[in-house]
Design a protein around this ligand. Structure first.
Ligand code: AMP
Ligand code: ZN
Length: 667
């Protein structure tokens, strides 16, 4: 086979696997095998730049940076939808349509109304040409580079697609991915995103497409647009789009009358909470395309479609007080304490108030009757105030100006939504939070020491920073409340053992703002020692893969601080690993992220513990028994027959230690 054919074959194959995984949700090869093939293609393309294709699956990782998005006029306007809230509204809508069409029976397609950011994607000759946001409906932004990184969006179509058409849909962020993103932000002390919809639409306007590629975005499509399309009904159109390779949810239903439409609505009003993404209603469309054309548009929306909005799950209750929490990084979060009330099956006592702006905007006051809503987020939020019930003596809420824990004046940085307590070294929740982070499982993983004990140690004046842990004596600890002799001993031993934790995890444990696990690994690998890292200049730091300005600035601030430098020196003196050990020549990466390994049998090169460590050092997880969730079984000699059978039954790839080594070296 010549090079070009080989390249094309790989592209076809990888497109198919993307389709199986992201559209059908039914992968047929392991992620690892996929990565190998992608890498092979990348290498061929690197060697033969004349065969470059902007629509190659290798381009899905992004990389293109858009400084400002081009404005594109929509060839077909992107309309809004009228809203309806009741059966009467729907019947009125039907009557209006029948006035124009005559007294004919109508058929309807019912679809869910996905809550994200709308997008229109142009395809020519089966290839993705351009993707444009809705904008004001007449013109939007060209976000093609970003859309191409979303793997549910096909870059090449299959089947009998028309030469030229647009397809419209919604870019969404499913709950699971949204929560994962927030978890990562919380871990590095950043403010989590407020909701999936805004995060999805914000993602489309990121300048760096490789950042977009990292977000678990999805794209659900609902409408074909173009001249002379080969479809007679909207419902057919959905089916056709599916055949061409688009992700069109299967929930859509054909309804013969408004009663059947209502059945669909009632069903989803109840069951929508089981969907993996957010929906805010149902869209009802007259099915016949000729009828659609005859009906046309009002100034704002099609006459042939209408949205039915679900009632948000909302209750009202009294706001008793507002508390202000101080996080590990000093960020202040206002929390509403509510008169307990039942909402969507759970009793709600607290709700998030986000920040000062939010309180000001809604003019939320203590004593108010407030509306509480549960959207996609886990924590309910206050969406408004029932002004008719506001007490006469009510006073506007004044946001605190001093830290509730240490009385320091709060600061608010330009462009940031949150207030911060700048008393890094004197504010108790910040001190305790930092030590708790230091000892946490992903950081120093100190056995025998938990979050509450840290607070206890601090309150008894025994520790004020994580370096102090290494000065603790058993006699000091054993006298504390609820501290038995044995637990005091475990605690001291656990601290002692943490001196073996490798450098990259220590770096993460220091709790430098924006330095999460992955960043810490990258930095450790690049700089090898904390001394080298501590003197690195801004330009030098940002030249390291994945280290941006924000992270670099935060590192510089950390090491500029005298107190931090003293603590680091002390850690070094106690024997904590502040450089990569010479013998540690296994790779450190996140190459195995998201994969679960089960280790079985005896090995030649690795001890079982080394193998497990290597898995974790490279971002993977070690599972104890084989299940459908297992990604690979690493098998040595004498693997048990029961395990072998289970693995083959579940079609889980079994690999040797050699395969594993290749894997972590990215071969
Ligand atoms: P609105 O923004 O409330 O006027 O509603 C119109 C928007 O709903 C459209 O721009 C789409 O982005 C969105 N939408 C979500 N799901 C659908 C669907 N199944 N059919 C049509 N529009 C939808
Ligand atoms: Zn404070």
């Amino acid at each position: 086979m010549d090079v070009l054919s080989k390249i094309q074959a790989l592209r076809e194959e990888l497109n198919l696997h993307n389709y199986n995984y992201y559209v059908l949700d039914n992968p047929t090869i392991s992620d690892y095998e996929f990565d190998i093939k992608l890498k092979e293609l990348q290498e061929l393309e690197d060697k033969h730049p004349d065969h470059f294709d902007e629509n190659s699956p290798t381009q899905r990782v992004g990389g293109a940076v858009t400084k400002s998005f081009d404005t594109v006029k929509h060839e077909f306007r992107m309309y809004s939808l009228d809203n309806s809230y009741s059966k009467e509204d729907l019947l009125d809508w039907q009557t209006r349509a029948q006035k124009i069409l005559g007294a004919v029976d109508l058929e309807f397609t019912c679809e869910l109304k996905y809550d994200g950011a709308s997008i229109s994607i142009l395809y020519e000759n089966g290839k993705l040409k351009r993707a444009v946001t809705r904008g004001d409906g007449f013109q939007g932004d060209d976000v093609t580079n970003n859309i191409k990184t979303i793997k549910a969006v096909p870059i090449k179509l299959k089947g009998d697609y028309p030469d030229k058409f647009e397809i419209r849909g919604e870019i969404i962020l499913p709950f699971a991915g949204f929560e994962k993103m927030n978890q990562e932000l919380i871990e590095i002390g950043e403010t989590p995103y407020a909701n999936p919809r805004n995060t999805a639409s914000g993602s489309l306007k990121l300048q760096d497409s490789s950042e977009v590629a990292k977000r678990p975005l999805d794209c659900l499509l609902y409408s074909l647009i173009g001249n002379n399309l080969p479809i007679a009904s909207h419902f057919d159109g959905l089916e056709k789009a599916r055949q061409w390779g688009f992700k069109v949810p299967m929930h859509s239903k054909l309804a013969k009358n408004i009663d059947e439409v209502l059945d669909f609505i009632n069903y989803w009003d109840e069951h929508r909470h089981n969907l993996p993404y957010e929906t805010d209603g149902v869209v009802v469309k007259i099915n016949n395309i000729h009828q659609q054309e005859e009906l046309g548009y009002t100034a704002k929306s099609p006459r042939w479609a209408i949205a039915y909005k679900f009632k948000a799950e909302q209750v009202s209750t009294q706001l008793n007080s507002i508390s202000y929490q101080v996080g590990r990084t000093g960020a202040i979060t206002p929390v509403a304490n509510l008169e307990p009330v039942l909402l969507a099956g759970t009793t709600v006592k607290r709700a998030s108030l986000h920040n000062a702006d939010q309180i000001g905007k809604l003019d939320i006051r203590i004593g108010d009757e407030v509306y509480v809503e549960k959207g996609g987020e886990i924590i309910p939020k206050i969406v408004g105030v029932d002004l008719t019930k506001r007490p006469n003596d009510s006073v506007a809420t004044e946001y605190i100006t001093k830290c509730p824990e240490c009385d320091t004046d709060l600061e608010r940085k330009e462009g940031e939504a949150n207030h911060y307590c700048p008393n890094f070294y004197g504010c108790p929740p910040q001190i305790i939070g930092r030590i708790q982070h230091y000892i946490s499982r992903k950081a120093m993983d100190i056995e025998g020491l938990g979050g509450e004990t840290v607070a206890l140690l601090f309150n008894n004046g025994l520790v004020t920073n994580y370096a102090d842990l290494y000065e603790l004596k058993k006699e000091q600890v054993v006298v504390l409340e609820r501290m038995a002799d044995k637990s005091a001993e475990n605690l001291i031993n656990g601290i002692e053992k943490s001196k073996e934790i490798p450098f990259d995890r220590v770096l993460y444990a220091l709790g430098i703002r924006y330095v999460g696990e992955t960043v810490a690994k990258k930095l450790a690998k690049h700089y090898k020692t904390i001394d080298a890292l501590a003197v690195a200049k801004l330009e030098e730091l940002t030249s390291v893969d994945e280290i941006g300005e924000k992270i670099a600035q935060s590192l510089i601030e950390y090491f500029e601080n005298e107190q931090n430098r003293v603590i680091v020196e002390r850690l070094k003196a106690y024997g904590v690993q502040l450089e990569m050990s010479e013998t540690d020549n296994t790779a450190i990466s996140n190459i195995l992220e998201g994969k679960i390994f089960v280790v079985s049998g005896v090995f030649e090169k690795f001890s079982r513990d080394d193998l497990k460590k290597a898995i974790e050092d490279n971002g993977g997880k070690v599972g104890s028994s084989i299940s459908a969730k297992t990604s690979f079984v690493v098998a040595g000699d004498n693997m048990g027959p029961a395990k072998l059978e289970k693995a083959s039954q579940l079609k889980i790839p079994i690999i040797s230690e050699l395969d594993f080594e290749k894997m972590i070296h990215g071969e």
